[in-house]
Every structure is written in structure tokens, then in C-alpha cells.
Design a protein around this ligand. Structure first.
Ligand SMILES: *Cc1c(COP(=O)(O)O)cnc(C)c1O
Length: 499
């Protein structure tokens, strides 16, 4: 799993090596690095460096100075000249005057380039944390655009003209979808948990099964979140088996909550037993201890419909009587980064009133696109309009015919490829080990090139393409490539393989 789909496990640091950040080499540092065969002394070479004034006043920078102002260009030129001076001091020749200007311009381009840049995800990992998780639906994007561009009724009640709550925009959507009494959206699921535990169980004990005191990725660990929330972790049972009686024995007046966390990035198989939410709810009810359930991915559609293992849904947890259910907005829900809490009204109210709620508040653009994404579920259009569900619901045959189209077009461009069966992963710390049958366009690197070098050249394209290596061949899975990106994939592959 880890080698096949690096970065798919929700680890932001990309230790798999596939999507590690590769800094664009700073031109400034390279200027004058290699000009062998010239007789020189360091002193004379230093004198050959142009002055800041001369570079900035030169023709090459005229337009840049007009557009961005002299001050900025002076600063960039200084930076480039400083770099060149250091090179000279370590023995390099002084660069020519226009080389300096060129370096200034490329430094300027680097600064003004949009970042993060859009990339094409041809890895077959649907929810790829390193690549920004869920792509948004057109309606979700339009909603964010509309409220970002101007003012909105974010916190005003248009009926009364009085102050309203930003959470009001999500209430009825989330109530309809999950059946919960109340809902709250915050920055992300990690902050939702921090808020929930702080508001309900700070200074008290929280009982967690040993099999669920997990690390979710990027160093986010349930025991740490508990500590940070001022709660004391009481772990019960064993890694593979925990029973209701384990919770019952650990319960006391000190118990603030039972916490259940979905082991979303690994699987415990074999001799296992975990307590059903319903049973824990029944136990807690005897003394008013709420059950908090972190379901993780926020699957609002049944994953088994697509031949995948069952991913716990918020709806089921609500139906089981859980006090609060926590999930992400940008995993299987397919929306923007957000953390969503649904459950009992009195508990949600306690979260809303806690000071941390302000610190982890959701912003207006995420809120708008989350509402638009949720609307797709309410209208029964999630499978056709939410990109992650379009990808998951694509059949192997759908993917295969796209790969075949790619191959045919590439063949016209004299690039040889074949179409092979493969598996796509869900990723993003959901459905561990679960894959969908898929097909890839497979490219064998020519004998003088390694598959890694092809992968790296694909990342170097104007729209970078992220592919994977399997069985020593470069593979591109059309499942995770948006339909409008087909041309860019063809262009990138043609450039890399014929360039
Ligand atoms: C992903 C995940 C989180 C963290 O969610 P973010 O939205 O990334 O903060 C928490 N718990 C579980 C079980 C998860 O899978």
C-alpha cells in the first residue's frame, strides 16, 4: 500500500517520495556558476559585476519596473547580485549583464506565479491528501466564488435585518442528510474534535478503546488531542478486542465522555471485537455520559454500493443515538476543508458557546461551498455532481475506454503506450486497503531513461502530472483525472516522451 500509492495514507509529508516538494532552482544562485576556461582573478571578476542601478535601468527590466515599481526591482536585483557575488567569491566568473536581468525576471516570475499550482492527479488515489484532497463540484466552486467576490448574508438575518449565525446556512441541509437535531461546521475535523472534547469533557476522563487510540496522519493522535483538550485518557480493552464491560468497569463520576474513533487508515483483522455505538449509547445513558464518534471520512453515500467495504456513515451514528458525530468536509463528503459535527442539540450548543469555537471558525468561502456540496446530497445528485463520487462510481470499463482514447491519441503523436488492468485506491485515510478495479495507461520508459525520470519530467510540465510507478512502468490512472484535463495529459506525455 505505502509503496504503491505514496501519500495516500493522509500523511502530508509525502515520505513516499512521489510528491515531495521540489524547489525550483533559484536562478539567482546559479548565475555565473559554470564558465570554465576564463582567466580571472576574484577582484577583477567582482568589478565585472554590474551595479544595481545599471541592471534596473537596463532595457530588459523596463516593463517590469513600469508594472511593479522601481523599489521592488531594486530589491530583487540586489538579491540576484548578492548571489552572484557569493559565487564569484567562491571562484566563479562574473555573469554578463543581461544574465543578471534574466535572473531578476525569473525571480519575479517565481514570486508572481500562482501557488499552490493546479496539478493533474493521475495516481488513481481519489482522496490524495498531498494533492489537496477532494476536488469541488462546479456548484461548490461557484458558491465560493460568489460569496468571495462580494458581500453576503453570512451573519445577517435578511428577514429581520438582525445579526444571524453563519451556522444557520448548514443546519437544515445537515439535519436532512444525517437526521441529527443540530449541526456545527468548523475549520477541519481535527479542530472539531479539539472543540468537542474541550467543551464537553475538559478536566474529566474520556474512555477510549485501546484499538481506537490511533494516529490519524500528519502526527495527529487521539491521545494528544485528548491531552490538548484538557481531558484524561482512560484506555480500555486491548488493541484487537474491547467489550462493553471494559467501558462499564472504567466508568466513574469522573467520566466526561466515551470517544469512538474510526480506524480510518489501517485495518485490524482476525480475532477482533469492537463495541457498537448503540451499546455504548445505552451504557452512557445510565449516567448521562455522551458518546462522541469520530467517523473520519464523512461518507454520506454507502460505499458498499460501489463494491467497497462499508465505511461508517454519520447517518448510522446519529441513528444509533450517538451524542456527537465528527467528520471531515474534504474526504468522502467531497467538499472543501471543514470539520462537521452533528448530533444532539444541547451538546452542539455547548460547542457553539465554547471560546475555542471562535478560534476554529469556518470561513465564508468554505461554508458556501460546503453548503453547495451538501445540497447535491439533498437533491440526490451527489453521485453525478460531486467529483469524488463521480470518480468512485466510474466503472472499470469507463476508465478503460478513457485510457484507450488516450492511447490512440498518443499513438498519433508517436508515443507508444498500452492499457493495463490496475487498482485505484480511495486514500485520504479512508477505506484502508480497499481498492477499485481500474485500468491504467502504461508507459515503458525507453532503455536510456528510468521510470523515475519520466515521472519527474511529468511533474515538470506546465500543468504538472502526478503519476505512479508500478512494475517498473509509468502508470496513469484516468479515474482521478478530471474529464477536462484529458488534453493536458496528452500534451504532457507527448512533450515528455518525444521531447
Ligand atoms: C482525517 C481524519 C481526521 C482529521 O480530519 P481533518 O479534517 O483532516 O482535520 C480525524 N479523524 C479521523 C478518523 C480521520 O480519518
Amino acid at each position: 500500500m505505502a509503496t504503491m500509492f505514496p501519500g495516500a495514507d493522509g500523511d502530508r509529508r509525502g515520505r513516499g517520495g512521489m510528491v515531495e516538494y521540489q524547489p525550483i532552482p533559484r536562478y539567482a544562485a546559479r548565475v555565473g556558476a559554470n564558465q570554465p576556461g576564463r582567466q580571472m582573478t576574484i577582484g577583477s571578476e567582482l568589478r565585472n559585476l554590474p551595479s544595481v542601478e545599471r541592471v534596473v535601468n537596463g532595457d530588459s527590466l523596463f516593463h517590469a519596473v513600469t508594472a511593479h515599481g522601481r523599489e521592488m526591482l531594486v530589491e530583487l536585483t540586489r538579491e540576484v547580485l548578492d548571489g552572484a557575488r557569493k559565487r564569484v567569491l567562491s571562484g566563479a566568473a562574473a555573469p554578463a549583464g543581461d544574465e543578471i536581468a534574466e535572473a531578476v525576471l525569473s525571480l519575479l516570475a517565481e514570486l508572481t506565479e500562482p501557488s499552490p499550482r493546479p496539478v493533474i492527479n493521475a495516481t488513481g488515489v481519489v482522496i490524495h491528501t498531498n494533492l489537496g484532497r477532494a476536488p469541488l463540484s462546479d456548484a461548490a466552486l461557484a458558491a465560493a466564488d460568489a460569496v468571495g467576490r462580494g458581500y453576503s448574508d453570512l451573519e445577517i438575518d435578511l428577514g429581520t435585518g438582525r445579526r444571524g449565525s453563519r451556522q444557520a446556512h448548514l443546519q437544515s441541509l445537515l439535519q436532512r442528510i444525517t437526521g441529527a437535531e443540530a449541526a456545527l461546521a468548523v475549520n477541519n475535523n481535527a479542530s472539531a474534535l479539539l472543540l468537542g472534547l474541550s467543551a464537553l469533557a475538559s478536566g474529566r476522563e474520556v474512555i477510549v478503546s485501546r484499538g481506537e487510540a490511533v494516529e490519524i496522519g500528519g502526527g495527529f493522535r487521539i491521545p494528544d488531542v485528548l491531552r490538548q483538550s484538557g481531558c484524561t485518557l482512560v484506555d480500555v480493552g486491548t488493541t484487537n478486542r474491547t467489550y462493553v464491560r471494559d467501558y462499564a468497569e472504567a466508568m466513574s463520576e469522573q467520566t466526561g465522555a466515551f470517544l469512538k474513533a474510526h480506524a480510518s487508515n489501517f485495518r485490524v483483522e482476525g480475532f477482533t471485537a469492537f463495541v457498537a455505538e448503540r451499546d455504548l449509547v445505552a451504557l452512557g445513558e445510565t449516567s448521562g455520559v455522551p458518546v462522541l464518534h469520530d467517523v473520519g471520512s464523512g461518507a454520506l453515500l454507502p460505499t458498499e454500493r460501489y463494491g467497497l467495504a462499508h465505511e461508517p456513515t454519520p447517518q448510522e451514528s446519529v441513528a444509533a443515538g450517538v451524542g456527537l458525530v465528527f467528520f471531515s468536509g474534504d474526504k468522502l463528503l467531497g467538499g472543501p476543508q471543514a470539520g462537521i459535527v452533528v448530533g444532539k442539540r444541547d451538546l452542539v450548543t455547548q460547542l457553539e458557546r465554547h471560546p475555542l469555537a471562535r478560534a476554529v471558525r469556518i470561513d465564508k468561502m468554505s461554508l458556501a461551498s460546503l453548503a453547495a456540496t451538501l445540497a447535491h446530497y439533498v437533491t440526490g445528485e451527489a453521485e453525478t455532481r460531486v467529483p469524488v463520487w463521480r470518480m468512485i462510481s466510474a466503472t472499470a470499463d469507463d476508465v478503460r475506454s478513457r485510457a484507450q482514447q488516450w492511447r490512440a491519441t498518443l499513438s498519433n503523436n508517436r508515443v507508444e503506450a498500452c492499457v493495463q488492468p490496475a487498482r485505484s485506491a480511495i486514500g485520504g485515510g479512508s477505506l484502508p486497503g480497499e481498492t477499485l478495479p481500474s485500468w491504467t495507461l502504461t508507459i515503458n520508459a525507453p532503455p536510456d531513461r528510468s521510470p523515475e525520470s519520466v515521472l519527474s519530467a511529468l511533474r515538470g510540465q506546465s500543468t504538472p502530472v502526478i503519476a505512479r510507478i508500478e512494475e517498473d512502468a509509468v502508470r496513469l490512472d484516468p479515474r482521478t483525472v478530471l474529464p477536462e484535463q484529458d488534453d493536458a495529459v496528452i500534451q504532457a506525455l507527448t512533450a515528455v516522451m518525444t521531447g
